[in-house]
Design a protein around this ligand. Structure first.
Ligand SMILES: Cc1cc2nc3c(=O)[nH]c(=O)nc-3n(C[C@H](O)[C@H](O)[C@H](O)COP(=O)(O)OP(=O)(O)OC[C@H]3O[C@@H](n4cnc5c(N)ncnc54)[C@H](O)[C@@H]3O)c2cc1C
Length: 417
C-alpha cells in the first residue's frame, strides 16, 4: 500500500508530494493533464520565498524565464489616482522580491522537482472515484480502471475540488459572485525600473483589471466583473474584454498598439469556502480547500502554504495517529481566508478604495498593508494596525474625513451593449 496519494499536480499537489517524499513516505501523484499545461494565476507573493527555497527551486526561478516582481500598483481606470506598494521599501530583505510566471512553466518546474524528490508522478491519469469508508486507508480509482490503495489521500485537484466537493461541505461566497475574462497580449508598455515587473490593478466602478508582465514581452490582462454583468451585457467575453479596455483611459492609452496572442479565456464563480478540510484519511489543499477572488494574487501562495501545513500534519497522522496538526491546519487556513475575505470584500467598496489608494504614512500602516499584499497573513502581531486601518475605512464611510473622495460615478465601468 502507498503511504500518500495526491490528486492533482498543480502547486499544492507538487508541494505536498515533494515534502512528504522527502520525509521518507512513498508518494504517488496522479495528474489528469500532461504538463506543461495552461493555468491562470501568474503573480506570486514574496512570503512564498521561504517555501520555494526549501523546495529547492529558487535558483531555477531566478535563472528562468520569469519576471522579478518588486511590488503591486493600484490605479483608477481614469488614471487620476494611484498608489504603488513596494515590497523593497516596506518589508524585510527576504521579502523584497517575488516573480510573475507563466504557470505552464512554473507548475512544470514544481512537478518535475517532485519527481526528482522521489514522487511517483503519473500524468494523464485522472482520478474518477475515491472510497474513504475505511478510515485507515483510501481507495482511489483512475480513468484507466486502475485502483490504488493509500494510507492517506490529499485532494489538490484545484478549483474542481474533486474530493472536496463530496466531503468538504462547500459553500459559495455570495458577495463574490464574479467572473474573469482574460488573455495574453504583446506590445503593452511597462513602467520604468524596478516597477516594470509589478502587478498593476486598474480599478473600475464595480470591476477591476489585472496587468501582469508574465515574461519579457507578454502581458497577462484580465477583467473581473460581476457574474450578472457578463450575463446581461449582451457582449461576448472577447467583446466585453476589448470594449472595456477601450473605455478605460488608463488602459486604452497603454494598449492601443497591443496584440492579443492567446484566446480569450473565461473563469466563472471562483470564490468558495470548504467547511471541512480534513478527516482521518484525507485532507484538502490549495484551491480544493477554498478559494477567494484573485484581487490580491493570493492563490498560489495559499495553495503552497496549505500543502506545507498538510505535509507536516500528514506526517504526524501517519507516524503517531494524531489528528492534532490536521485540525490546526483546518483552523489556520480558515483564519487566513477570513482575513483575506475582509480585504477582498471591502475592495469592491468605494470608501475602502479611497483609504487604500491614499494610504496614511503615519501609524506604520503602509508596511502592514504591503505585508498583507506580500502574503504576511499568518502573523498575529499586526492585529492592532489592521483594526486601525479598518477603523479609518469606517470613518471614511461615515464622515468622509480620512481621504479625498474618488469621483466614483465618473469612473468607467465594464462595457455593455
Ligand atoms: C481569474 C483568476 C486569476 C488568478 N490570479 C492569480 C494570481 O495572480 N496569483 C495567484 O497566486 N493565484 C491566482 N489565481 C489562483 C490560482 O490560479 C490558484 O489558486 C492556483 O492555481 C491553485 O493551485 P492548486 O495546486 O490548488 O490547483 P491547480 O493549479 O488548479 O492544480 C490542480 C491540478 O489538478 C488536476 N486535476 C483536477 N482534477 C483532477 C482529477 N480528477 N484527477 C487528477 N488530476 C486532477 C488539474 O489538471 C490541475 O493540474 C487566480 C485564479 C483565477 C480564477
Amino acid at each position: 500500500m502507498i503511504d500518500v496519494l495526491v490528486i492533482g499536480g498543480g502547486p499544492a499537489g507538487s508541494t505536498a508530494a515533494t515534502l512528504l517524499a522527502r520525509k521518507g513516505f512513498s508518494v504517488t501523484l496522479l495528474e489528469r493533464e500532461r504538463f506543461p499545461r495552461f493555468q491562470i494565476g501568474e503573480s506570486l507573493l514574496p512570503y512564498n520565498n521561504d517555501l520555494l527555497d526549501r523546495l529547492g527551486v529558487s535558483v531555477s526561478l531566478s535563472e528562468g524565464p520569469y519576471t522579478p516582481k518588486y511590488g503591486a500598483g493600484f490605479v483608477t481606470a481614469d488614471g487620476a489616482l494611484g498608489y504603488t506598494f513596494r515590497f523593497f521599501e516596506n518589508l524585510p530583505a527576504a521579502y523584497h522580491q517575488s516573480f510573475q510566471v507563466k504557470r505552464a512553466e512554473f507548475d512544470e518546474l514544481l512537478l518535475r522537482n517532485a519527481a526528482a524528490s522521489g514522487v511517483d508522478v503519473r500524468e494523464e491519469t485522472a482520478v474518477t472515484a475515491v472510497d474513504l469508508a475505511d478510515s485507515a486507508r483510501a481507495t482511489v480509482t483512475c480513468a484507466n480502471g486502475e485502483r490504488l490503495e493509500a494510507r492517506f489521500v490529499i485532494d489538490a485537484s484545484g478549483h474542481g475540488a474533486f474530493l472536496g466537493n463530496r466531503v468538504g461541505d462547500k459553500k459559495d461566497v455570495e458577495e463574490l459572485k464574479k467572473v474573469a475574462v482574460f488573455a495574453h497580449y504583446k506590445n503593452v508598455p511597462r513602467p520604468e525600473g524596478r516597477d516594470a515587473g509589478n502587478t498593476i490593478i486598474v480599478v473600475l466602478r464595480d470591476a477591476w483589471f489585472w496587468l501582469i508582465p508574465v515574461s519579457a514581452d507578454t502581458m497577462s490582462v484580465g477583467l473581473v466583473v460581476g457574474r450578472d454583468h457578463l450575463r446581461g451585457c449582451g457582449l461576448t467575453p472577447a467583446e466585453l474584454l476589448e470594449q472595456t479596455i477601450a473605455g478605460a483611459p488608463y488602459l486604452e492609452e497603454r494598449m492601443n498598439e497591443a496584440e492579443r496572442v492567446t484566446p480569450v479565456y473565461v473563469r466563472r464563480d471562483f470564490s468558495f469556502m470548504m467547511k471541512r478540510r480534513t478527516g482521518k484519511n484525507f485532507a484538502l489543499a490549495g484551491d480544493a480547500a477554498g478559494f477567494l477572488d484573485p484581487i490580491f494574487s493570493t492563490g498560489v501562495f495559499m495553495a503552497m502554504k496549505s500543502a506545507d501545513m498538510v505535509a507536516d500534519a500528514v506526517e504526524q497522522r501517519l507516524r503517531g495517529g494524531s489528528m492534532r496538526l490536521l485540525r490546526r491546519y483546518d483552523r489556520t487556513f480558515q483564519g487566513a481566508l477570513d482575513k483575506y475575505f475582509r480585504f477582498i470584500s471591502n475592495f469592491y467598496r468605494r470608501e475602502f478604495l479611497e483609504v487604500f489608494l491614499q494610504p496614511k504614512a503615519d501609524y506604520g500602516l503602509i508596511p502592514v498593508i504591503t505585508g498583507i499584499l506580500a502574503g504576511n497573513i499568518f502573523a498575529t502581531n499586526h492585529r492592532a494596525k489592521l483594526a486601525l486601518f479598518f477603523f479609518f475605512v469606517r470613518m471614511q464611510k461615515m464622515f468622509g474625513v480620512i481621504a479625498p473622495p474618488i469621483a466614483w460615478e465618473e469612473l468607467p465601468g465594464p462595457a455593455s451593449m
